[in-house]
Design a protein around this ligand. Structure first.
Ligand code: ADP
Ligand code: ZN
Ligand code: ZN
Length: 773
């Protein structure tokens, strides 16, 4: 027998190895193996098992890594799709489907010595008083870690061994599973009675789940024989089964998810829940654990989270692999969780850009979720209060089914949103104000009533630029084409791209100038906080952005204090915009709403609309109606006006027109090719070379005489990237727009095979990019 193996070193090829007879029974698709390669030994994953190879003189597999094949055939198939679609080497795609904590060769369960009571004996041997005392302790516990027993009794290991000698107890190593949530006290919750819209949404999701064949419960006789995709004809991708749940903030989407998951479990299948990293808070996890970690099914929820220790991650992952946990909840990479059989995938806040991985493989977890759903006949539910243009467009084209929740649970009103024209405020207050008169008044009222306020500005630091009016000097990063941000507490100028840091000068750094008239201008959260403290000396103000979060627990602590009412005003960046529920918050202020509108990105309007709607959704989730102030310099921009009216459809309708005209996503698809290197001329020439090669390739008729079918392709560039220089690298881009991405992906991959670039110039291919910088 022969195994086809993808090596973990980047080669873009697969190699055949002979399977030694003694390993034959244990080698399967997905098994990780150690194989000889040249003079070395390298790790790889078996992707196929064959009768024979076309090659002769095969070398043999050396050994198996890990007890169990780690990559399930389903996930393997998904990795291959990623490699094809996102134009990356298969080994890179394969690597990303296993967490490092699992992939490491020495990764294993932690074992500890456990003391266990032996089965009762008729005749009790003679014991000393001390031995009897210890035995009583063990009897109480029946089973406990040796370490713990030593602490409880103050005994030495030798004393306890004596009990073992008398066959009263046994001491043996046992897997000591790490449970990151062991310390949390989680009270079980019951399903709620749904309102009419929730019930209808759930009905449709349940019907789709029922349409798909029932799964097999772990431990049942057929458990191992679940048909795999690779050999099952019946498991072809089929239409339908993907829903977009568009529900305003507070409309009870999560309750719909929970009940859909419950139904999935009843069908003998498992579920994956994706949430953006930033919302993967203990609160979120708790809501899922509270519903499922107790009760008749005793289903465990496993959490895949980068904040867990490597050991915890290892154990959580294996709980899923072994089928003990049937629900996997995590950020982006949890889409690769080996849940099997898989019945349901939930992608919460599906519009979030953090679902896109910004390094190779540059996959979008939402899109991978939809593909995985089709491959495994699982139902997919994408949820959001502000769906992406892509997903909503897909509902219009009948690819996804739209489910709507238009009212808040208990008919709470949507907050009143007031847009403040900061241009006229600027005339009134002379200069560019941070707070409009209206917002100041509103804050004062909240302080008087002991209600809470959230203020949002999506920019950290104190001032965003340092400028000398005498000589025109602007403080720029020496490594990147951006200006440095002044951080007052740290008394530093910082680059937000590369982290470059310099002491903040008090005179112009230009040797010939040295003027003391330098000006710091532009606004960040630090300055909002300081100004606020001057305006409201009695208020308790806390800032939350990546500068104030130093310790692992800071995020939780600050939110805990806010919840307990120890903070009157919370100032923060987008990290306070997401999914937080605080009933006592009745005022939300958005300091400069149009900050994100002026980025060189066709999604600037969409992003602004989403951000405003999400932030506004933080207000008025208790009994009191919420109020939102949106301060803006372009108050009539559609993104701001539609957000004010909570009108997603209105926003979508006008935005899609503009996308249609320019064939931007979701109407067309984009691939972004970015070249980077330290020598600007080489980078530019390389970018031109890539364009020529690509055109050459596209002009070539395919085998069989037909063209590439990329007639509508538009190539823009090469041109310097919006971020023209980053971390000392110059950057040039080519933007390709096409109605048919799969074909273009293939063309790019083929072009790359023969492409020769200078050693110091790198090409990054980003399919369906979300960040155009
Ligand atoms: P969303 O995810 O849409 O923002 P949530 O699912 O967080 O909304 O629901 C908001 C609040 O309403 C939560 O506290 C939730 O427990 C509660 N809730 C949800 N559905 C119902 C219901 N049918 N009846 C009563 N309360 C509900
Ligand atoms: Zn100067
Ligand atoms: Zn920099």
């Amino acid at each position: 027998m022969v195994a086809r193996v993808t090596l973990e070193i980047a080669l873009r090829k697969e190699f055949d190895y002979a399977i030694p007879p003694e390993l034959a029974a244990r080698i399967d698709v997905g098994t990780r193996v150690k194989v000889p390669f040249g003079p070395r030994q390298v790790n790889g994953v078996v992707t196929e098992v064959l009768e024979e190879s076309t090659h002769t003189n095969l070398r043999s597999i050396v050994r198996i890594i890990g007890a169990q094949s780690l990559v399930t055939p389903q996930v393997l198939k998904l990795a291959r799709w990623i490699a094809d679609y996102y134009c990356c080497a298969p080994e890179i795609a394969l690597k990303s489907v296993l967490p490092d904590a699992v992939r490491k060769e020495d990764a294993r369960f932690k074992e500890r010595l456990f003391v266990r009571l032996s089965p009762v004996r008729a005749e009790m041997p003679k014991l000393t008083k001390r031995q009897q005392d210890i035995l009583h302790v063990i009897e109480e516990w029946r089973e406990l870690p040796l370490q713990r027993l030593l602490i409880l009794t103050g005994a030495t290991p030798a004393t306890i061994r004596k009990l073992e000698d008398k066959a009263l107890i046994s001491i043996a190593p046992e897997v000591d599973e790490r449970d990151p949530y062991a310390k949390e006290e989680i009270l079980p919750t019951q399903s709620m009675t749904l309102n009419a819209e929730q019930a209808l949404a759930l009905e449709k999701i349940k019907a789709a789940i029922n349409q798909r064949a029932p799964g097999i419960l772990p431990g049942s006789p057929n458990w191992k024989q679940t048909p795999t995709l690779l050999d099952s004809k019946e498991a072809r991708p089929d239409a339908g089964g993907t829903f977009l749940l568009h529900g305003v903030t507070g409309s009870g989407k999560t309750e719909v998810y929970l009940q859909a998951i419950a139904h999935t479990l009843e069908q003998g299948k498992g579920a994956i829940v994706l949430v953006p990293e930033i919302s993967l808070t203990p609160q979120t996890v708790e809501r899922f654990k509270a519903r499922f970690s107790s009760g008749p099914l005793r289903t465990l929820v496993a959490v895949l989270h980068s904040h867990l220790s490597a050991g915890e991650r290892h154990d959580e992952w294996h709980k899923i692999r072994q089928g003990r946990a049937r629900i996997a909840i995590g950020a982006r990479s949890a889409i690769f969780a080996p849940v099997d059989p898989l019945g349901l995938i939930i992608v919460d806040e599906e519009h979030e850009h953090s679902y896109k991985q910004e390094e190779s493989p540059r996959y979008h977890a939402r899109d991978v979720a939809v593909v995985r759903g089709q491959m495994e006949r699982a139902v997919v539910v994408l949820g959001s209060a502000t769906p992406s243009m892509e997903s909503f467009y897909n509902t219009k084209r009948g690819k996804y089914e739209l489910l709507e929740l238009t009212v808040r649970v208990d008919d709470q009103k949507m907050p009143v949103v007031r847009v403040v024209d900061m241009r006229s405020e600027g005339r009134k207050q002379k200069g560019v104000p941070i707070f409009s008169t209206q917002l100041k008044e509103a804050i004062t009222q909240r302080l008087e009533k002991s209600e809470q306020t959230i203020l949002f500005l999506n920019r950290r630091g104190y001032s965003t630029s340092l400028l000398c009016p005498q000589c025109g000097y602007v403080a720029e990063c020496p490594n990147c084409s951006v200006s440095l941000t002044f951080h007052r507490r740290a008394a530093k100028l910082l680059c937000h791209i590369c982290g470059h840091s310099a002491p903040a000068p008090s005179v112009c750094p230009e040797p010939k100038c040295r003027s003391a008239a330098i000006r710091y201008s532009g606004l960040g959260t630090e300055k909002v906080e300081d100004t606020l403290a001057k305006l409201f000396p009695q208020a308790r103000i806390t800032r939350m952005d990546s500068d104030t979060l130093k310790k692992k627990d800071d995020y939780r602590r600050i939110l805990g204090d806010f919840r307990l009412g120890k903070i009157d005003i919370l100032v923060g960046t987008q990290m306070i915009a997401k999914g937080l529920h605080f009933p006592n918050v009745t005022l939300v202020g958005i300091i400069y709403a149009d900050l994100s509108l002026h980025l060189p990105d066709f999604r600037a309007g969409e992003r602004t609309f989403q951000l405003l709607t999400q932030v506004a959704g933080r207000a008025g989730r208790g009994d009191v109606e919420g109020e939102v102030f949106v301060q803006a310099f372009t108050p009539f921009h559609p993104a701001i006006q539609y957000a004010r009216r909570h009108d997603f459809i209105g926003f979508y309708d006008q935005e899609i027109e503009f996308r249609e005209q320019l064939k931007y996503p979701p109407v067309g698809r984009i691939a972004l090719l970015t070249l980077r290197g330290r020598n600007e001329d080489k980078v530019r020439l390389s970018a031109e070379h890539v364009r020529t090669e690509l055109e050459k390739f596209l002009a070539q008729p395919r085998q069989g005489g037909k063209g590439t079918g990329l007639g509508d392709l538009v190539i823009a560039g090469p041109a310097p990237a919006p971020l023209a220089r980053a971390e000392t690298f110059y950057r040039y881009q080519l933007m390709l727009r096409t109605p048919a991405m799969t074909k273009l992906s293939r063309a790019i991959a083929a072009m790359q095979e023969t492409l020769a670039l200078p050693d110091d110039v790198m090409l990054a291919v980003d399919i369906d990019p979300v960040d155009l910088a």
